[in-house]
Design a protein. Sequence first.
Length: 158
Amino acid sequence: MSLEPVTFTLNGSPRAAFASPGQNLLDFLRRGVGDLSPKYGCGQGTCGACTVTIDGVPHLACLVLAVAVQGRAVGTAAGLAKGAELDPLQVAFMERFAAQCGYCTPGMLVSARALLDRNPRPSREEVIEAISGNVCRCTGYEPIIDAILDVAEGRVRA
């Protein structure tokens, strides 16, 4: 079994690591690169816990081959904060108690950040659509939606 080199950008920093043939991006990020923020949930693309962005577009890391990110930019929840300064979404999630068990939170944050980056003032319906691929079993979604809307409407600053 030969390993393939993968050179990419992770949360703004250049990275290089070796991927096994058929290795998915989730496993590659967690085991090969050490970014533990994308979570393993279902492993079949239905829960959204492993959501990352590739070139700014949300993707389910469990369904993407690691070699597919060669030369591309990958974003995870670990890259949202800038040093000690939290992203406004992270602040809003705390203020709204939008993270209970926290397992879905990284995927929710990544999906929400991708939405706000392409549409800074989404409607409630657009927020619901943007997070529709992320399953949360704790919050009932309302605190998550409210947190995203708080950021969109400028009520939260980091």
